[in-house]
Design a protein around this ligand. Structure first.
Ligand code: PLP
Length: 379
């Protein structure tokens, strides 16, 4: 059994994907080929924004967004404490300071009250300029953008949506990656829409941001790549990856719908023995992860060991709150407590989740979870 079954996906769509790859091999337009442009159009249309700019990976996408806003030394950027390292790494990489904010214990996404608290404190202390918020669509569910947008406007902060896990999610009829002033995603193979290597993209309705991003991703180019008008990066999406993504996008909605079925199955079979994930009304999760919470760290670790012994892969996203990561030790600037993150990082567990998970496997997983928890509780 696979945690995320890329082999089964490939087996089902081998013919179209192979053809798309072969077409690039025949054309040899490996850098910024025609498949890149056509993918950007399709992705912009899917998300419902004016511009999509692809790049080399989801981390570069975040960094490029911060570069558009000239975020650097002396700036504060607010990030959730519970997310993948990249979200805060790019802030430090730009020379700015990440300010860690606690999460909502139901959705795992940045908590609006904790966020406002942190903003006010940093503002009062007056050592840093408050500049931007990065809200993450963790595990596939969009962050609560109606609340976060209000806070961003009140304090005049840029809002960056880290939709690396959120692609395919929705709030009402609006797609994830349409909520930030700029939004980013990742096409890392295990993400909701994955390619066959590294890839990423940015989304925005703002024409100026889009122009600057197209320049930044190719060495800050002006008229061409040998006319350099700003310091940029080398961060392009390979044509081969764009061709793979172009094919995968065609059955992406199908996959997201199948993930809803898997999630409902888990919910029904497990909600009396573990804390199953909460998806708020009006939201659709893209189910990058299906993450349950146990009562204690011991129970979580016991369950993970027992499932592994039965050949069921699980993962802990994330074991360590970002404010406790060694990399941030030297510049740690913490203004609010992050107790939800601290508790949840000890008790969360992600179960296998993908569109190709069959009823038999789901039953096997749920029975194994129930059996292990029965043994743990001495039943
Ligand atoms: C995966 C991920 C990233 C980074 O994406 P890469 O393509 O691996 O660089 C950033 N943020 C979050 C929340 C992620 O899950």
């Amino acid at each position: 059994m696979e945690f995320r079954d890329l082999k089964m996906q490939y087996a089902q769509h081998k013919k179209e994907i192979d053809q798309a790859i072969q077409k690039v091999l025949n054309g040899t337009d490996f850098i910024m080929g025609s498949a890149v442009k056509s993918l950007e159009q399709k992705l912009a249309e899917y998300v419902g924004v004016k511009h999509c700019i692809t790049c080399a990976n989801g981390t570069d996408a975040l960094q490029l967004a911060l570069m558009v806003w000239n975020i650097g030394m002396g700036d504060a950027v607010f990030v959730p404490d519970f997310t993948f390292f990249s979200t805060a790494e790019v802030v430090s990489l730009c020379g700015a300071t990440p300010i860690f904010v606690d999460i909502d214990p139901e959705t795992f996404n940045i908590d609006a009250a904790s966020l406002e608290n942190a903003i006010v404190k940093v503002q009062e202390e007056g050592r840093l300029n408050i500049r931007a918020i990065i809200a993450v669509d963790l595990f596939g569910q969009p962050a609560d953008f109606s609340e976060i947008r209000k806070i961003a406007e009140k304090y005049q902060l840029y809002l960056l949506e880290d939709g690396a896990q959120g692609f395919g999610g929705k709030i009402g009829d609006d797609m994830a990656c349409s909520f930030g002033d700029i939004a980013t995603t990742s096409f890392f193979p295990a993400k909701p829409l994955g390619c066959y290597g590294d890839g990423g993209a940015l989304f925005t309705d703002n024409d100026t941001y889009a122009d600057v991003l197209r320049s930044l991703r190719v060495h800050g180019k002006g008229a061409d790549k040998y006319d350099n008008i700003r310091i940029g990066m080398n961060s392009r999406l390979d044509t081969l990856q764009a061709a793979v993504l172009g094919q995968k996008l065609q059955f992406f909605e199908d996959e997201i719908e199948r993930c809803q079925v898997v999630a409902r199955h888990y919910d029904t079979a497990l909600n009396d023995v573990v804390k199953t994930p909460v998806v708020l009304q009006k939201m659709r999760s893209g189910w990058a992860q299906y993450t349950i919470c146990l009562k204690s760290n011991e129970e979580r670790n016991f369950l993970q060991r027992e499932l592994a012994a039965e050949g069921i892969p699980t993962a802990v996203y994330y074991k360590c709150p970002l404010h406790l990561q060694k990399a941030f030790e030297m510049q740690l600037y913490k203004v609010v407590s992050c107790e939800n993150t601290e508790r949840i990082s000890k008790t969360c567990l992600s179960l296998p989740m993908h569109a190709y998970l069959g009823a038999e496997d789901m039953d096997r997983i749920c029975n194994a979870v129930r059996g292990a928890l029965g043994r743990y509780n001495g039943e």
